[in-house]
Design a protein around this ligand. Structure first.
Ligand code: 6PG
Length: 245
């Protein structure tokens, strides 16, 4: 199913839209009799306002006791490092919403190597997956880099197939370089994928991704598709010309 674009006035509005989609997905999971809702969070700065909504307005609105959290990628640094995606989410909302600790699945960056952490992360994913379906996650909340990367899937960095998580070395311009990322295969086993895209610096990449270059030259974010839907939530600054609100 082709991705769709929704343009919002600003980051606040698109963050609120993302929170509403997460709330709807938890309701869908409950109505379908699925015992839990599994959510993949991205790192970076764009989702920070959404995380603030999780800790605030959505603290009582989401069924945190039945939510599992994973990360689209993680920098291979200690959790208390300012660059840690898990560390940032933990400080912004995870510790505040009463989610059972066993439902929080960060990449284990205290293991000896990124490769070991990737193997352990695959085991954590498998431990929560429902064997009756190929779906791994209910919702993925992803970011978009100005080069078209998402998670730690960067242009020109080919990905091993047959894996759900992999150790990668990101580009020098986006440190820390040692990372663990979900692969395309893992991300494409998500029911609903939402990209949160804000700022003028993302406009070119968003336009290119939406143009949907096909095949190998497609930008990483263009190669991620939710099983049921893929929506780009953009603010006005990132929206391609002509797609303004
Ligand atoms: C990471 C993220 C990455 C991020 C994009 C956008 O670990 O860096 O997962 O994929 O989502 O780089 O980052 P911003 O939201 O900071 O622009």
């Amino acid at each position: 199913m082709n991705p769709t674009l929704e343009v919002y006035g600003d980051l606040e509005a698109l963050s609120r839209a993302a929170a509403a989609y997460v709330e709807r997905a938890t309701g869908t999971a409950r109505a379908a009799g699925r015992g839990a809702t599994t959510i993949v969070l991205s790192g970076g700065s764009t989702p920070r306002r959404l995380f603030g909504l999780f800790a605030g307005e959505y603290r009582e609105r989401l069924p945190w006791k039945t939510i599992h959290l994973f990360w689209s990628d993680e920098r291979f640094v200690p959790y208390d490092d300012p660059e840690s995606n898990y560390g940032a989410a933990r400080a912004l909302f995870v510790d505040a919403v009463g989610i059972p600790p066993q439902n929080v699945h960060p990449v284990e960056t205290d293991l000896a190597t990124p490769a070991e952490a990737a193997d352990a992360y695959e085991s954590a994913i498998a431990s929560t997956a429902d064997p009756s379906t190929r779906i791994l996650f209910d919702v993925a909340l992803l970011g978009l880099g100005g080069d078209g990367h998402t998670a730690s899937l960067f242009p020109g960095h080919e990905m091993k197939t047959g894996r759900l998580a992999a150790a990668v070395r990101g580009p020098a311009w986006r440190p820390p370089r040692e990372r663990v990322t979900l692969t395309y295969e893992a991300l494409n086993r998500t029911r609903e994928v939402y990209f949160l895209v804000a700022g003028e610096e993302k406009r070119e990449a968003l336009a290119a991704v939406l143009a949907g270059a096909t095949g190998g030259e497609a930008l990483p974010a263009a190669r991620v598709r939710g099983v049921e839907r893929t929506v780009f939530l953009a603010d006005r600054a990132a929206a391609p010309d002509g797609a303004r609100v």
